[in-house]
Ligand binder design. Structure first.
Ligand SMILES: Cc1cc2nc3c(=O)[nH]c(=O)nc-3n(C[C@H](O)[C@H](O)[C@H](O)COP(=O)(O)O)c2cc1C
Length: 204
């Protein structure tokens, strides 16, 4: 099973990137998934959607390899900071570039990041619209990492820091649940029921 992690901040040395790397390491150490792919939108700035990317040479060279990684993934972790109460534009762009197949009927875990008490808005934004045409199947739990600068900074949990311990346990549990959904949803994709030719888009 392969898991793609999308770090949705465009900022250099972002907290989102820190959380993404922590999650990747956690997956590798626990052996929960066989393979991970990390797309950090800071390292990999993707041009904004304009036209069909298959007809655009620049987009083919940048987006095609990412698209192929997505295609071979069984689960996704979408990590978003809260920026002015929103999901960053670069992360929304990813949902414009995916078609109705690469994320379709694959489980997604939403993780949001705030340096303060925020983090709920990007959860709602992702759950409100990003699934409609991508058909990503967000699992019914999320992790909201508040006061992010104070947690997940060391290899081992800091027993004196209750929030640090809490987030590590919550992430571990959520990743284990995500893996079970990844296993379960293989049968949905292989069932023969999914008809993306006739129903390429969700209703709104
Ligand atoms: C443009 C911008 C807008 C922000 N707006 C919010 C916000 O609405 N709510 C919030 O909790 N934090 C907000 N923050 C602070 C982020 O929570 C903080 O930068 C945190 O580290 C996550 O972002 P990062 O992954 O880019 O580091 C904002 C940060 C930036 C750069």
């Amino acid at each position: 099973m392969k898991c793609t992690i999308i770090a949705g901040s465009h900022r250099t040395n972002s907290q989102t990137s820190k959380v993404a790397k922590f999650i990747q390491k956690e997956i590798q150490t626990s052996g929960l998934f066989d393979e991970t792919y990390l797309l950090d939108l800071h390292d990999s700035p993707i041009p904004f959607y304009k036209n069909k990317w298959k007809e655009d040479e620049e987009m083919m060279s940048i987006w095609r390899p990412i698209y192929d990684e997505f295609t071979s993934s069984d689960a996704f972790i979408v990590i978003s900071p809260e920026w002015n109460g929103m999901v960053p534009a670069g992360l929304k762009n990813v949902f414009l570039l995916v078609d109705h197949t690469v994320l379709a009927h694959k489980p997604g875990l939403i993780v949001t990041v705030s340096s303060g008490r925020g983090g709920a808005f990007p959860v709602h934004e992702l759950r409100t619209s990003s699934y409609k045409n991508s058909f990503i199947n967000y699992i019914p739990m999320q992790v909201i990492i508040r006061h992010c600068k104070e947690v997940l900074n060391t290899e081992e949990a800091d027993p004196e820091n209750k929030e640090d311990v809490f987030y590590r346990e919550r992430l571990k549990y959520s990743l284990a649940v995500l893996l079970e959904y990844a296993r379960a949803l293989v049968s949905v994709r292989k069932s023969g029921v999914i008809d993306t030719e006739k129903y390429p888009n969700g209703m709104s």
